[in-house]
Design a protein. Sequence first.
Length: 392
Amino acid sequence: MYDKHSSSYPAAQRRLRLGFVGGGRGSLVAQWHANGARLSGRWEIVAGALSSDPETARRSGKDWLIAEERSYSDFSVMAREEAARTDGIDAVAICTPNFLHRPVAEAFMAAGIDIICDKPVALTRQDCAAMAEIAENTGVVFAVTYPYAYHPMVVQAACMVAEGAIGSVRQVMVEYAQDGRAGAFDPSVKQLAWRLDPAKGGRTATTGDIGTHAVHMMEFVTGQRIAKLRADFHVCGGEKPMEDTSFINFRLENGAPGVMWLSQAAIGNTTGLRLRVYGEKGGIEWDHEMPEHLHVNMRNAPRQTITRGAGAGMHPRAERMIRLPRGHGEALSDAWANLYTEAAVAIEARRDRVALEDGLLNLPLLAEGARGVDFFHAAADSNDAGGAWTDL
């Protein structure tokens, strides 16, 4: 959640060394991670187990300009050999299917290597608890990649809500609509096959995949946690074994009601992540497809639009996320770069044993990743119970 006490980031002492597990040819998510790491200016990618297939790993390593001796096909070997090098990786980015997150993370944590993990962070609550115990014992940083909270205008929204601009939160609407799974299930599509296999992707499909993003961003902006929810899962596109659409009602900790719509079968929607938060004095609205604008509506006042850029209504905490002047477009790659900047600050501080200012970072850690796992299990429990209210 947003913390209003902050200052500028400390200067980097060096570029940290980053390795990847997953992300070989055909991967999409790893490219987002890699682009964010490079754009941050605080990382160099030097090693990877980009595929468990040796030939794919070799070819992918060449694509990434990784030295042959640091291109692995076994993540356990990578963890052991990188930990033994004087120039070994400082952190590993985990971009594998969900069921591999825990074993990969455990191998690298045991080697003393910090973690940057995609979401959902695990399949079960038990997985999260086991990883949390190792993280605590080893002291490593375990960051989870929720990049949408690193858009400057999302940070702006969180600042305004935290400082009372719209008054106490009274209602929330959040949606994430896509159309990539509107068709029928095709098991020959590798990326789709594992996501619709509960043993590999988890107990939910769309709800865990994009719903965890929606929940994290909503809780970050409102400063309120979901206390309970009720969920209905549906297949609204072509035939498939797991849900492609969820309708969820929820209550925040302060009792405010909320509505969430998640769909990957909403034809015509591409990345429709939208958030609306209303208080007793006003409301704010943000749309990921127009990320540079935050709409602010105060009671009995003209509609206001705050545009990303230094000054002109921007909060200092949001300003430090800005990379280009107003009018020069920023996008999701810049949000990823902001996330990787904070990951680098946290990891460098741990490794150099430097104490950071309280509240400097809002880096999502393993506890936030575990909350995403709690969310999709609570939603599944509710759906299985016919839409019953379920505590989160």
